[in-house]
Design a protein. Structure first.
Length: 79
């Protein structure tokens, strides 16, 4: 399971701001992004998505979203 957490680096230790659900001694990999770096990456991804989505009408996009929701619900019920 992947998750993103906000943390503070203090006295050589990363301290999560909110409670993190991990097993004791579970090994994880940490990628450090400043808020500015994260925002730049997010803005770039959003620009790319908007550029690709511009080829489709809002009705086509909504139909695809509705179909995806149905598929997810169907898969959840099968479990």
């Amino acid at each position: 399971m992947s998750q993103t957490i906000d943390a503070i680096y203090e006295n050589g230790v990363f301290k999560p701001i909110k409670k993190v659900r991990l097993k004791d001694k579970q090994q994880v990999q940490i990628q450090i992004l400043s808020k500015d770096d994260w925002q730049k990456r997010f803005d770039k991804a959003l620009k790319s998505i908007r550029g690709k989505a511009a080829r489709f009408s809002p009705q086509e996009i909504n139909a695809d979203i509705d179909e995806a929701i149905k598929d997810v619900r169907k898969k959840k019920r099968a479990c």
